[in-house]
Ligand binder design. Sequence first.
Ligand code: 13P
Ligand code: SF4
Length: 319
Amino acid sequence: MKVGKVLDGLLVFNMILDKRFKKLIEEINALKKKKKAIILVHNYQRPEIYEVADFIGDSLELCRKAAETDAEIILFCGVSFMAESAAILNPKKKVLIPYLDAGCAMADMVDAKSLRLFKKKYPDAKVVCYVNSSAEVKAESDICCTSSNAVMVVKSLKEKDVIFLPDKNLADYVQRRVPEKKIIPWQGFCPVHHSLTKEYILDVKKSYPKAKILAHPECRPEVLDLADHVSSTSGMIGCARNSKANEFFVLTECGMVERLNRELPDKKFHGLCNMCFDMKKNTLPAILKCLEEENPVVKVDKKVSLKAKKAFDRMFMIV
Ligand code: 13P
Ligand code: SF4
């Protein structure tokens, strides 16, 4: 088949898709209004989902929005620990997520029972729990943190010994910035970020010497050493906006490239990235169905929720 014909075919396909998206976006936005719902969307979501968002952001920003909203329904487009956090922070609201099984591989690397055993080995240590964790694990922790405030949270503690979980890469990133503490890392990691290697980045730097490297702190330490800027997903937007550079390589989940392109269309972003398939489970048809049926609802055991909320509250007292 001729290349021209294939391109024509793609163009027609995209037009059909655009029309279908437009209709779904209108339906979702109308239903959202009718049901007094808000849709909170993580930066990694598919770009068409941005069009139904009341707010798009990183984990910390989304936690804040979930905690302060007076909407009756929060529909969360992200992974399950994020929706669970919304339910913990605003327990009177109905929290929905299109797929309850949209998990986080890193969050699954720690459970409450193993954490309880681990804590026994370090009775003097405080437990700092990255938000990428289950409600049960948060309930066993002293304080929560996100990628944008982990350093500040650890610095704020009086104790020298700190168990940091589940991400060993974020733990290392914090340890380097807070040398006065002794960080005891859990050995979890995010497969999406951990699989990006130093060799790969060195190659890119050689071929694009003027481009800046933006990296998420879930990447390996030797990769972060090669980055020009390390931050949460939303932190990357601010950095690229304020930078004199016009070209960037983005070391995080691929959706961030779409987000940066949308926010800063005059700059050029390339992904050095992998896809988080759980983040990508959400689609416009699934969001519409979820909102129509008000199902599935995110449920957190009341006792667990109250304990986990304390870990969040301590975080919010600091940042
Ligand atoms: P942010 O809080 O930086 O958005 O990160 C969340 C996450 O899951 C990174 O993989
Ligand atoms: Fe979890 Fe990694 Fe996906 Fe973020 S990118 S949600 S840390 S698996």
